[in-house]
Design a protein around this ligand. Structure first.
Ligand code: SF4
Length: 208
């Protein structure tokens, strides 16, 4: 059973690799981060950062996007993959934001997850980075790295989120998640580069 003290030691080791861990998505407002995070599913942050400037210039807020023509939205998000599904999600999410929250992104996970296309992971990304509310987004990288490091067990994202939240102080949740995500993208990839990993002495899965 991992202790909070051990988890903090691991985070310290990983922070040496990723000292300024943060989301790699570009945004200026909570709405922009919400949109970018929805688009980033099954895509890359780099790819999304290439298409969002034109998207946000055309639809800068929820009120503008709620009135978008679906085919124009599809064209603007085409490069993100699954563009039809994502364009529909953005339109429905923006309309719900206007109808239920006056066009403002609510700083509350229960409210955020009522929006179409917004799950806990997306909500936690927006809360932690754009709204000053600590959240612990759990994506596939967090799941993989946290398992390998022995921080959590099981595959259920909500249980894993709760287990990770219990291991770290609330103020560190967003940074800890960002650090695990970057570690999963850069070093602890599906084929891990254990030789390069500062946490290998602490990791039960470290390759010889
Ligand atoms: S030692 Fe290897 S498996 Fe463990 S966290 Fe580092 S890269 Fe991942």
């Amino acid at each position: 059973m991992t202790t909070p003290a051990h988890a903090r030691t691991i985070l310290k080791a990983l922070t040496r690799h990723h000292p300024n861990a943060d989301t790699e998505l570009h945004y200026r407002t909570p709405f922009e981060l919400l949109v970018a995070t929805i688009l980033a599913a099954q895509s890359t942050d780099v790819g999304i950062n290439k298409l969002t400037p034109a998207l946000f210039a055309r639809f800068p807020d929820a009120r503008a996007m709620a009135q978008a023509d679906l085919s124009e939205l599809e064209t603007l998000v085409h490069a993100s993959g699954f563009f039809r599904q994502k364009a529909r999600a953005l339109l429905a999410m923006s309309q719900a934001l206007v109808e239920q929250f006056g066009g403002e992104v609510p700083a509350d996970i229960d409210a955020l997850t009522t929006l179409p296309g917004v799950g806990r992971k997306t909500a936690n990304v927006v809360l932690g980075h754009a709204l000053g509310v600590p959240g612990f987004p759990v994506d596939r990288h967090v799941l993989r790295v946290a398992h390998r490091l022995g921080l959590v067990q099981g595959d259920d994202p909500v249980r894993v989120e709760n287990a990770l939240c219990a291991l770290f102080p609330k103020k560190d949740w967003t940074r800890a998640s960002d650090t695990l995500i970057l570690h999963g993208r850069r070093i602890c990839k599906p084929r891990p580069q254990c030789r390069l990993c500062h946490a290998r002495a602490l990791c039960p899965s470290a390759a010889e």
